[in-house]
Design a protein around this ligand. Structure first.
Ligand SMILES: N[C@@H](CCC(=O)N[C@@H](CS)C(=O)NCC(=O)O)C(=O)O
Length: 304
């Protein structure tokens, strides 16, 4: 038997990587205009600061939605200190490379949070980046959606960090090659479809034994996982529901549908959203009343 991999009928023309990689732009991919091989800011642009201690700079992608859902859940629980200003960062326009944003997140990715709570007492604002770090920061600050019992807390953190490690295979792997790449590459789609289905099965088996990922209670683990795997199960991600046969993951289906019904989740999904139905787009959020008065359908309606 030969060790040489066999070409498959759908393989693209062979590509031999050069000795040294160089940046050839554009590469034709959906995100070609924002992908760069270097970090740092490209332009000077301070970030706006509103009147609440919590300032969120984000967009309603799955990673952004995690944070707005948690903030809306905290407010629904009565934590008035979770009031926040949410500013839109349009990543397709390169806002994440502005100097102000890079100051909050040197990794140039949404979501990013500044907590100015300590400033009034002479302290420094706190920057928080990486959605998992933001969820943990807010859950700890308000003492909610993260159990205090050590075993339940550990199980919740297991699933929170599972999401951080797993979703790049779903988004950057499966979603990229199935929905966004300029060419359909069978090898890549096969590899990441297999991994995505395995991950759905991991979740399905966990949700067969407990109502929520952390156990008995809804927590930041569910809030982190739902915008990716819940959306996928509900047919809202990459148009891939049939391809991946998501209806077969019955426990994930039950969990995804229950979370989708939560009023705070419905609100959180609207914040910093700049696509889809106008009534579901709240580009910026500065007060709870904005959901009633500032969505795109309301702003576009003629006065009178
Ligand atoms: N691990 C990060 C991932 C954040 C992330 O990938 N954000 C994307 C949008 S979902 C982004 O800002 N992309 C802009 C870019 O890559 O330039 C997190 O969980 O916060």
């Amino acid at each position: 038997m030969s060790d040489t991999p066999q070409a498959r009928p759908n393989d693209p023309p062979a590509y031999a990587p050069p000795r040294i990689w160089t940046w050839q732009q554009p590469n034709g991919g959906q995100f070609a205009s924002i992908n760069r091989p270097v970090a740092g800011s490209t332009h000077d642009k301070p970030l706006p600061v509103g009147r609440h201690p919590l300032q969120l700079y984000s967009l309603a992608t799955p990673n952004g939605v995690k944070v707005t859902v948690l903030l809306e859940e905290l407010l629904a629980l009565g934590h008035a200190g979770a009031e926040y200003d949410a500013w839109i960062i349009r990543i397709q326009n390169g806002d994440q490379f502005g100097s102000g944003f890079v100051g909050v997140n040197p990794n140039s990715k949404i979501p990013a949070l500044m907590d100015h709570s300590a400033v009034a007492a002479g302290g420094q604002p706190v920057r928080v980046f990486e959605s998992g770090a933001i969820l943990l920061y807010l859950a700890t600050k308000f003492g909610a959606f993260l159990p205090s019992d050590p075993a339940a807390r550990t199980e919740t953190l297991n699933w929170l960090f599972w999401q951080m490690g797993s979703a790049p295979y779903l988004g950057g792997g499966f979603g990229h090659f199935y929905a966004y790449a300029p060419h359909k590459i069978e090898y890549a789609i096969d590899r990441f479809a297999m991994e995505t289905k395995r991950q759905l099965d991991v979740l399905d088996r966990r949700l067969a034994e407990a109502p929520y990922l952390g156990g008995a209670d809804y927590s930041i683990a569910d809030i982190a996982v739902w915008p990716w795997y819940g959306a996928l199960a509900l047919g809202q991600l990459y148009g891939a529901a049939e391809f991946l046969q998501v209806q077969d993951y019955t426990h994930v289906q039950r969990w995804a549908q229950a979370i989708a019904q939560r009023p705070a989740v419905k609100r959180g999904r609207m914040v910093n959203r700049a696509w889809g139905a106008p009534e579901e787009q709240l580009h910026e959020r500065h007060a709870a009343s904005d959901f009633d008065t500032q969505t795109q359908d309301k702003l576009a309606a003629p006065a009178g």
